[in-house]
Design a protein around this ligand. Structure first.
Ligand SMILES: [Zn+2]
Length: 316
């Protein structure tokens, strides 16, 4: 609901309250909106510069790109009038210049970090865009495709029903509000996704040569990676024919658990490690007694360095 409308029609609060509510966004001047529960105010412009900045910062964090916090993202967005954070992938400081107050060193540093992380799956690309409501649905909606053309063809042909099916939402329940939001958002930001797709390299997941693995990381993965984000993006930029899907939680289907302590280095014994060890004990028991279930396998616990070595052997 527009703050304007709320102030005009509601009368359950003192006048001073309505008077202090912002009716226009301080960043772009678009009308402000209020959430249904009246707990949040937000700008109604989906491409409000402040949202673009927040999305760019989140993107950088996801990729483990350092030196791109809110202050620098604000400079880039306002200097170049960006309305799509993915445009960061097209940024060439030598050609485009640098915003006032940012050095070429910093700008080139950001770009060279990005360059090392341009390879990703289509679902990762869509997730990286940080579109509203799409974060958790990207894999379900885009994981089956290698091109935006194919994914959007399926989406547009299947409409809302397709979104509900893919996201496992029953179409007649209240939750389908979520499906509608997802659908509208993907339609609205379609051109943004297309605009930058050629600046990244989409991994062809659905080709026969692809080696596909699943892994989970414990809180520390080990030297030389400081953050998990850095590790994820680095791994998936190493080889053309390899993709590692990093899961948030450990399940039996996982191939590897990456943990700093796996090579004997001091590291916190996390719940994921305990869980993997418990799975592996069960696996050994089943193997010894000849009662292995279909697909049951050992979850190999390795350090980041060991994991990279294994990958190297796999793709040889
Ligand atoms: Zn705004």
């Amino acid at each position: 609901m527009r703050v304007d409308d709320f102030c005009d029609y509601d009368n359950s609060f003192p006048d001073e309250f309505y008077a202090c509510l912002p009716r226009e966004c301080p960043d772009c001047g678009a009308p402000m909106e209020m959430s249904e529960a009246l707990t949040q105010l937000h700008c109604s412009n989906p491409k409000c510069p402040s949202k673009v900045v927040q999305r760019m910062v989140a993107m950088a964090a996801d990729l483990g790109v350092k030196d791109l916090g809110e202050a620098r993202a604000t400079k880039l967005v306002s200097e170049f009038g960006l309305d799509n954070p993915l445009l960061l992938f097209s940024y060439e400081p030598d050609k485009d210049g640098v915003p006032e107050g940012m050095s070429f060193d910093v700008a080139n540093g950001i770009v060279s970090q990005l360059n090392a992380k341009r390879r990703m799956t289509l679902a990762e690309y869509v997730k990286l865009a940080h579109l509203p409501f799409i974060q958790t649905s990207s894999q379900a909606l885009f994981g089956g495709y290698d091109t935006l053309d194919e994914a959007y063809a399926a989406l547009e042909e299947g409409g809302l029903g397709y979104v509900c099916r893919k996201l496992d939402i029953s179409a007649d329940s209240d939750v389908s509000v979520r499906a509608a939001r997802v659908y509208e958002t993907l339609k609205m930001f379609k051109s943004d996704l297309y605009q930058c797709i050629d600046f990244v390299e989409i991994i062809k997941m659905h080709s026969a040569e692809m080696v596909h693995l699943t892994a989970v990381c414990s809180d520390e993965v080990g030297f030389p990676f400081k953050t998990k984000a850095d590790f994820y993006a680095t791994v998936n930029n190493l080889y053309q024919n390899l993709h590692v899907e990093f899961l948030g939680a450990l399940t039996r289907n996982c191939d590897y658990l990456v943990w700093a302590g796996a090579d004997g280095s001091p590291a916190r014994l996390t719940n994921k490690v305990k869980k993997a060890r418990a799975y592996n004990e069960k696996y050994e028991e089943h193997k010894a007694s000849g009662t292995l279930k279909e697909g049951e396998h050992e979850i190999k616990i390795v350090s980041a360095k060991q994991f990279l070595y294994i990958l190297e052997q796999l793709v040889k």
